[in-house]
Design a protein around this ligand. Structure first.
Ligand code: AHE
Ligand code: ZN
Length: 372
């Protein structure tokens, strides 16, 4: 079938909006009509050419929501008409990782997913007769896509696509890192490095679990007001500390010894070190969420770890997608989490490059593409 897509033909070039061809679902796969998709920094990162797994030509996008239109042979848990959120971290419930109960990083299809292919090693998309790669197993920058059943969370039918698509990445990544990965306790102190589309969700997650102090750190002063709306109690702009300002020392002074939990939400390795070193001696936990460019490395003095700080990381907020994503949709529908105020732009697919330009300029928090 012909579907409309934003194609990433080459690294560093704008996306091309055009008709592409999509084959129907094969064994264990599902055809989904995507109704809305968020634009995430990771799409921009991969488009820039910095993602070692980045493949071209491909159809990017991994933060979507839509409706099942057709199921392939062997699909048992979904039927046409079901509302779903694609999962770049699937949940097969059968692989050693899923069965371990120690991680959300299902391994059953990770190898083919990382090579831009469906589990059988082929692609469903093509353009001008040439294969086009899938992206993160989702490819939500197309109005129809094919996704394995194990990478789809079935959600309630009354949830609005243009809001809950954000649960497909940013919301779950931020709130989940607090609740599922770090397991922040009530009355904790928390610092959030980077108040963007992930960081603000860390802030609201920290508020939900009853953190008593939530310090936001961002070089953009406009983020303070938004942060306070989501639960920030303090805001620090590192630029206000002067050229050689000591951010770590400042945070340690503010908290009388350091934070119980810190979260790095930017993907900047210097910030990751500062986040670790501003965690409290003896028990502070620092969680890396931001995705750093190819070849980047983190460092600190071993002394920081010997003295009891723990450095951890979180992918998709530690959420088991098919189990946890429908619950998070419920939280939104019950008014427990705020997504509406984080979606600052809604655009048509034709304007997707303008959406990425706005992201580049740091304008707004989340842009959502709504398919007509
Ligand atoms: N090549 C990676 C993209 C980079 C990456 O690390 N992605 C994060 C999610 S960022 C969401 O905005 C991730 O958790 N990936 C899961 C994994 O298994 O690598 C990719 O995902 O394709
Ligand atoms: Zn994302």
């Amino acid at each position: 079938m012909d579907v409309m897509a934003a194609l990433a033909l080459e690294a560093g070039k704008p996306l091309v909006i055009d008709m592409v061809q999509l084959e129907g679902p094969k064994e264990g796969e599902v055809l989904v009509e995507i109704k809305a998709t968020g634009l995430c920094h990771t799409d921009k990162f991969t488009l820039s050419g910095q993602d070692p797994e980045g493949l071209f030509p491909s159809i990017l996008g991994h933060e979507g929501a839509g409706i099942v239109r057709e199921v392939g042979p062997g699909v048992k848990g979904l039927k046409a008409g079901d509302h779903v959120i694609p999962l770049y971290t699937p949940e097969c419930r059968e692989c050693p990782s899923c069965l371990s109960r120690k991680t959300n990083l299902c391994t059953s299809i990770r190898a083919t997913q990382g090579r831009g292919l469906m589990p059988d090693g082929t692609t469903r998309f093509s353009y001008k007769g040439q294969p086009v790669y899938h992206y993160m197993g989702c490819s939500t920058f197309a109005n129809y896509t094919v996704i394995p059943e194990i990478a789809l969370a079935k959600i309630r039918p009354d949830a609005p696509f243009d809001k809950v698509c954000y649960i497909g990445c940013g919301v779950t990544t931020g709130i989940g890192a607090v609740m599922f990965t770090a397991k922040v306790e009530p009355m904790s102190t928390v610092a959030v490095f980077g108040l963007g589309g992930i960081g603000l969700n860390v802030v609201q997650g920290a508020r939900m679990v009853g953190a008593r102090r939530i310090i936001g750190i961002d070089v953009n002063p406009a983020r303070e007001a938004m942060g306070r709306k989501f639960g920030l109690t303090d805001f620090v702009n590192p630029r206000d500390l002067g050229e050689n300002g000591d951010l770590v020392g400042h945070l340690i002074d503010m908290t009388g010894g350091g934070l119980d939990y810190t979260f790095e939400c930017v993907g900047n390795v210097k910030l990751m070190r500062q986040a670790l070193e501003s965690a409290h001696r003896g028990w502070g936990v620092s969680c890396v969420i931001g995705v750093a460019g190819a070849g980047q490395e983190i460092s600190t003095r071993p002394f920081q770890l010997v003295t009891g700080r723990r450095w951890i990381g979180s992918a998709f907020g530690g959420a088991r997608g098919r189990t946890d994503v429908p619950r998070i949709v419920d939280w939104y529908m019950e008014g427990r989490i705020n997504i509406d105020d984080l979606i600052t732009q809604k655009i048509a697919l034709e304007d997707i490059n303008k959406g990425f330009e706005m992201m580049e300029r740091g304008e707004g928090i989340r842009t959502v593409v709504e398919y007509k």
